[in-house]
Write a protein that binds this ligand. Structure first.
Ligand code: CA
Length: 228
């Protein structure tokens, strides 16, 4: 949607310019800052539609910026997309758990940057699905009320935990979740699931879903995502 404001936090001038050029060309308004302190101030002052946040910043780093934005009611709802270097998966996990929405890895192509930016903004505009409403996604039909899953009209027998994991991921296609977030999202008194056992559950879930199992994607070093 044209006219949306994006705050880009990036200490490398050439990357900041690359971001500005490509997003402005798509009709976004782009504000850039090069430090974490300025990023927090600008976010409070302008309430941008999205913060594009480099994690490796001098002084207050990106994770701390994310923590401060999410802790302040004035900025907590602004989506954050992290910009990371390869090999920073641990930071990506930490950022997602702090409430960041997504991430792009440097070096990124302008096309990927624009696509991911659009996707995060689109997901934010989407009305959150009613947790009890039947869901049809990627050829999988999920009926929370009946705890039923069908693929091509065939009933798939899932355990309660497998069902919860599938429903949790499929409600938000394209979102990356860490194992901790998955456990946290499905946890209840009857679901004693550990982070490690999420991997085991997902292996079983994929197998039961057959060819549709590949809709659950592994994001190496980070977690899982239901294919968008
Ligand atoms: Ca940097």
């Amino acid at each position: 949607m044209a006219g949306e404001t994006i705050l880009a936090v990036e200490d490398e001038d050439d990357i900041a310019e690359l971001i500005r050029y490509n997003l402005e060309r798509e009709g976004y308004r782009v504000v850039t800052t090069s430090t974490g302190e300025a990023a927090v101030q600008e976010a409070v002052r302008r309430t941008p539609n999205l913060v594009l946040l480099d994690l490796m910043l001098p002084g207050v780093d990106g994770l701390e910026v994310c923590r401060r934005l999410k802790a302040d009611t004035r900025t907590a709802n602004i989506p954050v997309m992290m910009v990371t270097a390869r090999g920073e998966e641990a930071d990506v996990v930490a950022g997602l758990e702090l409430g960041a929405d997504d991430y792009v890895v440097k070096p990124f192509s302008p096309r990927v940057l624009v696509a991911r930016t659009r996707a995060v903004l689109r997901r934010r505009r989407a009305v959150p699905a009613d947790e009890t409403a039947p869901l049809s996604v990627g050829g999988i039909e999920i009926h929370p009320g009946r705890h039923e899953v069908r693929v091509a009209d065939h009933l798939v027998e899932l355990s309660a935990t497998e069902f919860k994991i599938l429903h949790f991921l499929a409600r938000r296609p394209g979102w990356v979740f860490t194992r901790y977030q998955i456990v946290d999202g499905i946890r209840g008194p009857n679901y004693p699931v550990t982070e490690r056992s999420v991997d085991v559950q997902i292996v079983a879930l994929r197998k039961k879903l057959g060819t549709h199992g590949k809709l659950i994607e592994t994001i190496r070093g980070v977690g899982y995502r239901f294919k968008e």
